[in-house]
Design a protein around this ligand. Structure first.
Ligand SMILES: [Fe+2]
Length: 163
């Protein structure tokens, strides 16, 4: 009984992050276009490509479960991405735009890290080593992206906004 519940929760959360990744895939090119820092543009573009691979990994996990890959509307990511859009509008052509974009992108990464960390732990409990491996690969990419964004924030971008 308990195992069945965790299976359902796992599938539900998988659908949530699948939906989120697809929204992120659409948002990243817009964020890259809006960014003024070349480093930030490059980071967004790189992560856009990574996100395509992350979506494929999720599809592999759906396959492992014998379930169709389907997203489920995730209000959390909608809210985070809406905030990002607001920043792009309200801070367009200001020196603080990149700092705002970085903050929005890091909120996205932290949401993803939370989700993938949880899914990985559950997949391990459910004795699904292949899923653990796939989730770990993505989790590592998200963490690296977050670190890259932190570095960019610490150097060029936030300094320029403060100057
Ligand atoms: Fe992602």
């Amino acid at each position: 009984m308990a195992d069945k519940d965790l299976n359902e929760l796992f599938l539900d959360t998988l659908k949530d992050i699948y939906y989120a990744e697809k929204q992120i895939l659409k948002a990243l090119p817009k964020m890259a276009k809006a960014a003024t820092s070349e480093k930030l543009q490059a980071a967004f573009t790189k992560h856009h490509d990574e996100t395509e691979g992350q979506i494929e990994r999720l599809e592999q996990i759906f396959e492992l479960l014998g379930k169709p890959a389907r997203g489920k509307k995730c209000d959390a990511i909608e809210g985070i991405l809406d905030e990002g859009k607001e920043i792009m509008d309200e801070y367009a052509k200001t020196s603080a735009l990149d700092a705002g974009l970085l903050a929005a992108a890091q909120a996205v990464e932290h949401y993803e890290m939370a989700r993938y960390g949880t899914l990985k732990a559950w997949a391990s409990k459910m004795d699904m080593p292949q899923a653990v491996k796939l989730l770990d690969q993505t989790l590592t990419e998200e963490k690296k992206t977050d670190e890259t964004l932190s570095k960019i924030a610490e150097t060029a971008v936030n300094y320029e906004a403060a100057a």
